[in-house]
Design a protein around this ligand. Structure first.
Ligand SMILES: [Zn+2]
Length: 129
């Protein structure tokens, strides 16, 4: 479990650095905006950065939650069935909340739902079970 904790702490540090770096860059763009010739490109870049930052922040929150669960000794159990999630799986996807079995069931049902909505199936069919 120490191994996974270290993995999470490392990724947390990387994300924090990334978020910090992006913020600096954004401040710079704002101060340079006056003489920006191709401002629409910069605008797009900035939106992309913000999007990326949102994702990093969400990931960071996930990591912090995982670390908290580790402290409470509530880490590495499947939310669905309560079984231990394999260490191999945790190393690959440390933020997962489901064991491989439940995950594949979930993914299959999501796929099925997508297929339903693509076929413009009414939601009645899905909620009626
Ligand atoms: Zn499970």
């Amino acid at each position: 479990m120490e191994e996974i904790k270290r993995l999470l702490l490392e990724e947390k540090a990387t994300l924090l650095l990334g978020i910090q770096g992006k913020t600096d860059k954004q401040n710079k763009i704002v101060s340079d905006i006056g003489d920006a010739i191709d401002s629409s490109v910069e605008e797009q870049e900035r939106e992309l950065d913000l999007l990326l930052q949102d994702r990093n922040q969400a990931r960071l929150i996930g990591i912090e939650e995982a670390l908290k669960r580790m402290e409470l000794d509530d880490f590495g159990y499947c939310d669905e069935c309560g079984e231990n999630i394999s260490k191999k799986r945790l190393l690959a996807v440390p933020l997962t909340r489901m064991c491989i079995n439940c995950q594949s069931i979930e993914e299959r049902s999501k796929l099925a739902q997508n297929a339903f909505s693509r076929a413009d199936y009414t939601s009645q069919v899905l909620t009626d079970e």
